[in-house]
Design a protein around this ligand. Sequence first.
Ligand code: NAP
Ligand code: MG
Length: 497
Amino acid sequence: MQPISTPPLVPFLSNGPKLLFIDGKPVPARSGKTFQTINPATGKVLAEVAQGSAEDIDIAVKAARRAFEGPWSRWRPADRQQAMLRLADLIERNYDELALLDTLDLGAPISRTTLGRKRAGALLRYYGGLATSTHGETIDSSFMPHESLTYTLKEPVGVVGAINPWNGPIGMAIWKLCPVLASGCTVVLKPAEQAPLSPLRLAQLCAEAGIPDGVVNVVTGLGDAGAALAEHPGVDKVAFTGSTDVGRKIVRASAGNLKRLSMELGGKSANVVFADANMDSAVAGAAMAVYMNSGQICSAGTRMFVQRPIYDEFVERVAAFAKSIRVGDPLDEATQMGPVVSAEQLERVCSYLEIGKAQGARALAGGARLTEGALAKGYFVPPTLFVDVRDDMRIAREEIFGPVAAALPFDTVEEVIARGNDSEYGLGGGVWTRDLNNAHRVAKGLRTGTVWVNCYQVLDPAVPFGGYKMSGFGRESGNEHMQEYFETKAVMVKLDS
Ligand code: NAP
Ligand code: MG
């Protein structure tokens, strides 16, 4: 096993603790406190980061309010579009650094984090287009007694509190920023404590792109900072991505001033492989639907339903594929899978490996933490495939958020739709088949926000993404996403005859 490389010097990390970014400049937390972010490949401290709390959130929300009511409110759609296009160029130019920060902070392999460049640019350019193409409508009123003119105005909802998880730090921060900038809102972003670095660097790039002070604020910190944002009466909308448990807390905290909410939450998605599927692409597709990003993707296809005639062969092939995945040093270009994000996540994932075995499942691949040689100090779990799984086992019902798949045989299309829907979640889903009927029946039958057919985990800036049931509500990407950042005002005018 090759050793874990020593991280290269990143200028952004070299001069002291990383500060909050409020009102256009870096500032320490009012309390003076910092917390440590850890490199999960080595278990070593990567950086000290300012630990914002309720007081810092209050200062950031007030800055965001001033910016919302100030010059930013007079920027025309085309001005916002131009700023977004400048930001897209700047982000692309600086993406090697952003990808490296995510690789060090999250442990995702550099071969994966650098791929984010394309999506980052595409998101900003797509929403830049929406900035100039989203507008109200005119309506012919039937109920005005005189000649009349009726129209609607789309007005930005105001100050947005964005709260993010750690599994895609830069991509998720840009995703939250896009509708804010396109609509003319302002934002206070609270990144996850496990991976706060690239969002702080992003805030600097926003300033460099000419986005006015106070429009984009980033307050790093722990859960209490997120809670303060969710409660703050000066916040008009909360856009949350994270666990269903924290989502529930945010719904409660938001009641004070009836904030608009969008919730992108957890999942336990069904990926259905029919006997007539193209085996080569289904094996690789179903495996990577779970193992990509060490399984730390909300829509991971962790319930792998396989039609009985091919079940034995299919699980053998997925197990062989899992064993062939190169797990190791995230800085090595050849690595396909890094560690999980934190010691806490390692413990959580390993506890599910034990629960699976204790309930009678058998690991055809993986099944225990990697402790050999160079990997022993990091948080490495191998791609794991469980067979002999029943639908009622905890590994088949609960979100693990690690590289752990549960294979389940099925016989008929009706049966697999019913079993696929027997989950409190409804985020993603997949179907692998050459039969149009099966493809569309599963696509229509699954109560989930996305169904991929003969592919998985494809995200497109124009295509809405989000959950049914306890996977949340609201959609990110697409025109629907933009609408969630507007209030609609109706104006009814009586014309003199
Ligand atoms: P998490 O524990 O819910 O944390 C998400 C964010 O909420 C973090 O910034 C966290 O801060 C903050 N937070 C914690 N307590 C809070 C509170 N009481 N009020 C407001 N904010 C609070 O989730 P995670 O462990 O970071 O991420 C994993 C989860 O995210 C999984 O369940 C996954 O499915 C979900 N996820 C969903 C999507 C999607 O699009 N549907 C995408 C990615 C991930 P701290 O980091 O400081 O605790
Ligand atoms: Mg970290």
